[in-house]
Design a protein around this ligand. Structure first.
Ligand code: HEM
Length: 267
C-alpha cells in the first residue's frame, strides 16, 4: 500500500449524511480526527495486512487437523508446562523486584561488609512487614520454575517436539534451562550464610577444574579463588541486573518461535 498524500477535506460532509447512533458517530469522529493528523487508518491497514500474512503461515494445531476435540484432552496439562515455567518466572521476577527494595549485598567499596547481606536477610525475615512471606514467595517460585522447566523439557522430549523444524527452539531451551540454573545458583549465594559461602567455594573449585582456562574463569566469575566480597557483589549483579534482561529476552524469543511454528503434533 502506498502512503501518498491524500485529500481528507470531505470527511465531515461524508459523516453528516450518515444515519448513525451517537456511539458510532463518536467513534468515527474520533477516528477521522486522528486520521487527519496521524494517518492512523493507513497504519491500521498495514498492521491488519501483516497480521493476516503471519497467520496464514500458522500450521493447524493437532486437534484442529484431526478433529480430536475431546479425545486428546489428557495431553493438555502437560502442554502447559512451558507457560507454568513462565508464570513461576513472572512471580519470581515480581517478588525479587520487591525484595530488591530491602536487600543489599553491601560487600565492596568503602565500609564494605559482606555480613551486611545476612543482616539484611534477618531484617527481611523478622522485622519487615510481610518480609517472611515475600522471601518465601521468591524462593518457592524460583524452585517451582526450575522444576517446571525441567518437566517441560521432558514433555518436549517425549512428544518428539524437538524434531524438525523446532531444533533451534530446543537449543534455545538448553540455554534457558542453563540460565535458570545460574539464576538459582547466584540467588542462593546472596544470603551469604554458611550454605551460600560453601556453595560458592564449590563453584570456585568447579571453575578451577576447567583445563587451561580454569583460573581465568574463577577470577572472572568469583573474583578470586576463595569466596570473598567480590564474589557476593558479582553474584548480585548477575542475579538482579544481567540475568533478568537476558532471560526475559530469550523467553520472549522462545515463545515467539512457538507462536510462529505452532505447537508440535506428538510423534
Ligand atoms: C525459561 C524456561 C522456558 C520457558 C518459559 C518456556 C516456555 C515455553 C512455552 C510457553 C511453550 C509452549 C508450549 C508449552 O507450554 O509446552 C514452549 C514450547 C517449547 N519449548 Fe520451552 N520454555 C522454557 C524452557 C525450555 C527448555 C529447557 C526446552 C528444551 C531444552 C524448551 C524447548 C521447547 C520446545 C522445543 C518447544 C516447542 C514444543 C512444541 O511445539 O510442542 N523450552 N516453551
Amino acid at each position: 500500500m502506498s502512503l501518498e498524500p491524500r485529500d481528507d477535506h470531505d470527511h465531515e460532509a461524508w459523516l453528516e449524511n450518515k444515519d448513525l447512533t451517537p456511539v458510532e458517530r463518536g467513534y468515527l469522529t474520533t477516528l477521522m480526527w486522528l486520521d487527519k493528523r496521524f494517518r492512523v487508518v493507513d497504519y491500521l491497514e498495514l498492521l491488519e495486512n501483516l497480521y493476516y500474512k503471519v497467520n496464514l503461515q500458522m500450521p493447524k494445531s493437532h486437534t484442529e487437523q484431526y478433529n480430536l476435540d475431546n479425545k486428546f484432552w489428557y495431553w493438555y496439562p502437560l502442554y502447559s508446562l512451558g507457560f507454568f515455567s513462565l508464570l513461576a518466572y513472572l512471580v519470581a521476577a515480581f517478588s525479587g523486584a520487591l525484595l530488591g527494595f530491602y536487600y543489599t549485598p553491601g560487600a565492596t567499596g568503602a565500609g564494605g561488609d559482606p555480613e551486611m547481606a545476612y543482616r539484611q536477610l534477618e531484617f527481611i525475615m523478622m522485622d519487615l512487614n510481610f518480609g517472611y512471606m515475600l522471601r518465601s514467595i521468591h524462593r518457592w517460585s524460583a524452585q517451582v520454575m526450575t522444576a517446571a522447566v525441567f518437566l517441560h523439557m521432558l514433555r518436549v522430549y517425549f512428544t518428539g517436539a524437538y524434531k524438525e523444524p523446532r531444533e533451534l527452539n530446543w537449543l534455545l531451551g538448553i540455554v534457558l534451562i542453563s540460565l535458570t540454573l545460574v539464576f538459582g545458583y547466584s540467588g542462593y549465594l546472596l544470603t551469604w550464610d554458611q550454605l551460600a559461602y560453601w556453595a560458592s567455594q564449590i563453584g570456585v573449585e568447579m571453575a578451577l577444574s576447567i583445563p587451561l582456562l580454569g583460573e581465568w574463569v574463577a577470577n572472572l566469575i568469583f573474583g578470586g579463588f576463595t569466596p570473598n566480597p567480590a564474589t557476593l557483589q558479582r553474584m548480585y549483579i548477575m542475579h538482579v541486573f544481567l540475568l533478568p534482561f537476558i532471560v526475559t529476552a530469550l523467553i520472549a524469543i522462545h515463545i515467539g518461535i512457538v507462536w510462529m511454528q505452532g505447537i508440535a503434533e506428538p510423534h
